[in-house]
Design a protein around this ligand. Structure first.
Ligand SMILES: [Zn+2]
Ligand SMILES: [Zn+2]
Length: 104
């Protein structure tokens, strides 16, 4: 059971999620500036469009991704990191790469 504890320690020194996010931030194209409002749905008055799935939602149902600036609905949103699912896909790629780099 001792080695299992060790593994956990190594995991922690490999890099915090914040490091990972910082790396992705450099790779992600900025779709929208932080604070810019989401796209309005031209067919309805109160709704805004999710930048990923293009379905209309009230403003309260959308969140802005802290990386790319996309506005996404709940189903396109990764709450754990305050990013959209598109950036979360990138994050997964990065964590795979990171895992490979540190297997020495
Ligand atoms: Zn969506
Ligand atoms: Zn994003």
């Amino acid at each position: 059971m001792l080695w299992k504890k060790k593994e956990k320690h190594a995991d922690r020194s490999r890099g915090t999620p914040e490091d990972l996010i910082a790396r992705i931030r450099r790779d992600v194209p900025r779709i929208r500036d932080q604070g810019n409002p989401p796209e309005k749905d031209p067919t309805s008055f109160a709704a805004y469009l999710c930048d990923l799935c293009n379905t209309p939602h009230p403003l309260s149902g959308l969140r802005q991704c802290t990386l790319c600036g996309r506005w996404t609905c709940e189903s396109c949103w990764t709450g754990e990191f305050y990013i959209c699912n598109s950036c979360n896909g990138l994050k997964k790629l990065h964590s795979l790469q990171q895992g490979r780099e540190s297997t020495r």
